[in-house]
Design a protein around this ligand. Structure first.
Ligand code: SAH
Length: 208
């Protein structure tokens, strides 16, 4: 899987080694383990999916491009919206100093807890709640990464981003097409780049 990621253009050694260090088969149902290292999203219950490895690697590599990640110590605090089964949170835990990951579905929050417990990642904090509000207690964040796509960027995310920080999120843009959005917060305001088309589950408000 890691060789395929490198061949497909992922250049960050930190990301490649983090992807190699987290066993994806531990995050999917036993009936799907033989597909765990294919570049495909897979069902994790409650109509949600574990993201494709290539998309996880791509988004984390983009996050590492944040201005403040270039300082000594690298990527500091990161907020993930949409823990799902906890896979991406585990990968993030290997590249960022501190990870806060929030999930709105209690069943998946519990599943992620169970999946991550044996890995003993002391810097990964799982939260149950509506990620559209962000998580002010952990702010400001060097990086915010969303695993679900909405129609607009919640103001809370922009507020909770550090100056020099970067947001990477799928967002519905023109003609209902979901695209990957990168927003950098600078001293002078926000800069936005629209990248490739993506397919994420919808960002929803409230908890369930
Ligand atoms: N990060 C996961 C992907 C999970 S799929 C992985 O490693 O594969 C996206 C998740 O976002 C779903 O579990 C969904 O319930 C969750 N989600 C959607 N809207 C949300 C919100 N407002 N707050 C928190 N989680 C949300």
């Amino acid at each position: 899987m890691v060789q395929r990621l490198a061949a497909s253009g992922i250049q960050s050694q930190a990301v490649l080694s983090a992807m190699g260090g987290v066993e994806r088969h531990l995050f999917v149902d036993s009936a799907l383990v033989n597909q765990a290292y294919e570049d495909t999203s897979l069902p994790i219950g409650l109509q949600q999916t574990i993201s494709k490895p290539s998309v996880v690697a791509r988004m984390i590599e983009l996050l590492e491009g944040a201005e403040c990640a270039r300082a000594p110590g690298g990527l500091g605090r990161v907020l993930e919206i949409g823990t799902g089964c906890g896979y991406q949170a585990a990968v993030l835990g290997r590249v960022a100093r501190e990870v806060y990951s929030i999930e709105r579905l209690r069943g998946l929050h519990e599943k992620a807890r169970n999946n991550l417990r044996p890995l003993r990642l002391r810097n990964v904090h799982l939260l149950f709640g509506d990620g559209m509000q962000g998580y002010a207690q952990g702010a400001p964040y060097a990086g915010i990464i969303a695993a679900a796509g909405g129609d607009a960027v919640p103001q809370a995310w922009l507020d909770q981003l550090a100056v020099g920080g970067r947001l990477v999120a799928p967002m519905v843009r023109n003609a209902g097409q979901q695209v990957l959005l990168v927003i950098d917060k600078t001293l002078h305001g926000f800069t936005e780049s629209v990248l490739e088309a993506v397919h994420f589950v919808p960002l929803k408000s409230g908890i369930a």
